[in-house]
Design a protein. Structure first.
Lengths: 443, 218
């Protein structure tokens, strides 16, 4: 599934066009500003030339020895060194400003011109007064214009960048705020346990995601309905299967009471009874598997030691078919979090399994250490590595010796273990047998 | 002892009734409505009640019974073994609970226990003079020697020993011994069983109160 962030999308869809627009605005203002500044400064150059002409025209034509004292040291501006003038009369340089001295022999053409003199860019305006032979040249360094343009643009760019930053922050937190209901709903769904299929309830729902939530709720309802139907089916199946089994069992027992005096009858009826018990066991296992898979197991403080002792005692009391030897070393007061009934089913199935496949003189060792390590060891033939991995699959029976079993017991045990987040490990026991190891998290 | 069995499955009902007849007179009905009718005309020592019945469920019937303050012992039979079903059944007013498929001997033992406790008796063994009797198994000893009784004899004896020191009418004995499945109740059958019991247990244990019935005196 390709994932993308709505927030990032929002940021890029809102942020990038705004940045582009701001950059365009900056470029436009640069062009306009430059043009306007050139016009203003050019006009000033022309004006200066005119003023100079007006001021000096008379004196120049009257007096040969003319000087303009513009170099007053008390009246100086730092920009002044970037401005200069020269005046000629009949091609003889009459006067010039200090700043123009380094122009030396260079003469700009009449009118406006841009010149590169002594590694500096200058703007020149040369005015020729044809009637009295005066030539006035005013010059100004381009640096002044550049500086002004730069300062003007800087005063635009800095707030523009501030604006961009603000927009990003606003969109980031705005998107976070807008998406809050979505995050809230996903947290709500995340925090549910697997059996909770109640509809998602949101007090305030944005129009845009309301249809999604409604569709989700309809889906949840359908899933819940189908789970419910399945549970009802399991319940129904339990009744439908158990009742005829009960009828068979009771009828067989009635017959056994009536006709057990004949040896032939007795053997046949006992056989029948055993078959019914097997079918009953299989049905029970199937039902408990079906039920466990559709119910959330309650997690409560469970006395594992007591549970094991009870199971060991129960196993000991049903040992009517052989000489079982069940040895237990169970540390007292080991508590775990889990569902007592299902833990009991799980351990019961493992112990049953151990009893079933132990040798002719079965010895079962059940040990529970104080740190929660449980070992159930039998003295049977054990399992090959291949069988160890397949024995938890449904209807797989590793033993081919014809012992009765549903092939479901260990698969149920495994399922319960998974529901409790614990692992059933199978090891070889020396010299023979299987060691079922479970490490519990004690509380 | 007469027991009412309410079970809608024909095969299971038949088999269970047959198994129970070893110790009790059993009337078997397939629905709670029929059960109400049966209870209106007969006195039962206990009811064995299936939960899942057509029409009103076993639990509905039990609720009605207890609302009427009927203290009769009720054993629930059900195919549902989850803990909350058991709790629901017991909270509704059941005295005991068995999950199908059940063991017939266990059912008999539980019935005996229910009837015994309903009679205010906690000891499963009844001792009277030189007689020791276990109602659950029907085991009877006279001076430490085991006595074998036929099913009907046991029912008659059961009825008398549970009503010790009280005269039991012939009709009541008949009601406790013969259920609807019994055919041809001869008018003198009870006398035949009493005579047979007297042969086995001694002449003076069971006394005849003329025109009223029989009694085992304390």
């Amino acid at each position: 599934m390709k994932q993308y962030s709505l927030r990032n999308r929002l940021i890029s869809w809102i942020g990038i066009p705004i940045i582009a627009a701001i950059i365009c605005a900056l470029i436009a203002s640069y062009i306009v500003t430059k043009h306007e500044i050139e016009e203003v400064y050019d006009a000033q150059l022309v004006h200066s030339a005119k003023v100079l002409l007006q001021l000096t025209e008379h004196e120049i034509t009257e007096d040969e020895d003319f000087r303009v004292g513009l170099e007053n040291e008390d009246l100086q501006h730092r920009y002044e060194r970037n401005i200069g003038f020269r005046i000629w009369h009949h091609n003889v340089l009459i006067t010039q400003s200090n700043n123009s001295m380094h122009f030396d022999k260079f003469e700009a053409p009449p009118g406006f011109s841009d010149q590169h003199v002594n590694h500096q860019d200058w703007r020149f305006f040369v005015y020729l007064s044809a009637e009295n032979g005066i030539k006035i040249e005013v010059s100004e360094r381009y640096e002044i214009r550049y500086e002004l343009i730069f300062e003007l643009l800087t005063s635009l760019i800095i707030p523009a960048f501030g604006l961009i930053l603000c927009i990003f922050i606003i969109v980031y937190f705005g998107a976070k705020q807008v998406l809050k209901p979505v995050v809230g709903i996903s947290d709500d769904v995340d925090s549910r346990n697997s059996g909770d299929l109640s509809p998602i309830i949101a007090n305030k729902l944005p129009q845009e995601i309301a249809p999604l939530i409604q569709a989700l709720n309809r889906l949840l309802k359908r899933i819940e309905d189908s789970f419910k139907r399945e549970r009802e089916f399991t319940d129904h199946a339990a009744h439908e299967l158990r009742t005829p089994l009960a009828a068979m069992k009771t009828q067989t027992q009635v017959l056994m009471k009536k006709y057990s005096n004949k040896k032939d009858n007795r053997a046949g009826l006992e056989n029948l009874s055993a078959s019914i018990d097997r079918a009953t066991h299989l049905v029970e296992q199937l039902l408990s598997l079906a039920r466990l898979q559709h119910e959330e197991l309650p997690k409560e403080r469970t006395d594992l030691s007591a549970c094991l002792r009870a199971l060991a005692a129960a196993a000991g009391s049903q040992k009517d078919q052989g000489n079982f030897d069940i040895q237990t070393d169970i540390a007292p007061d080991i508590y775990v979090m889990g569902d007592h009934d299902s833990i009991s089913i799980m351990l019961g199935n493992i112990i049953d399994n151990a009893l079933k496949y132990a040798s002719d003189k079965p010895v079962i060792n059940i040990t529970l250490s104080s740190d929660g390590l449980l070992n159930i060891i039998d003295n049977g033939p054990g399992l090959s590595d291949e069988d160890k991995s397949s024995v938890f699959n449904r209807f797989v029976r590793a033993d081919k010796s014809g012992k009765t079993g549903s092939g479901l017991g260990l698969s149920i045990a495994q399922w319960i273990a998974e529901a409790h987040n614990i692992q059933i490990k199978l090891h070889d026991n020396k010299p023979s047998g299987l060691n079922v190891e479970i490490l519990w998290r004690t509380i | 002892m007469r027991i009412l069995l309410v079970e809608d499955d024909t095969n299971l009902g038949k088999a269970t009734a047959e198994g129970l007849r070893e110790n009790y007179a059993v009337d078997w009905v397939p629905s709670s409505e029929d059960a109400e009718d049966a209870m209106a005309t007969n006195n039962y020592s206990a009811i064995i009640l299936d939960i899942n019945l057509p029409g009103a469920s076993g639990l509905d019937m039990l609720t009605t019974l207890r609302r009427k303050n009927n203290p009769i012992p009720v054993l629930l039979l059900t195919a549902r073994d989850s803990t909350h079903h058991k709790i629901e059944g017991l909270n509704t007013g059941a005295d005991d609970y068995l999950v199908k498929p059940f063991d017939l001997d266990e059912l008999l033992a539980r019935c005996a226990a229910l009837i015994r406790r309903a009679g205010g008796q906690t000891n499963p063994v009844i001792k009277h003079r030189n007689i020791t009797y276990e109602p659950a198994s029907g085991h009877l000893e006279l001076d430490g020697k085991s006595i074998v009784m036929s099913g009907r004899e046991r029912s008659v004896f059961n009825c008398l020993i549970h009503n010790i020191d009280r005269t039991v009418s012939k009709d009541k004995i008949i009601a406790n011994v013969y259920d609807w499945s019994s055919e041809n109740i001869e008018s003198n059958t009870i006398e035949v069983h009493i005579a047979s019991l007297r042969r086995k247990l001694g002449r003076d244990l069971i006394k005849t109160i003329r025109g009223v019935g029989y009694v085992i005196e304390k």
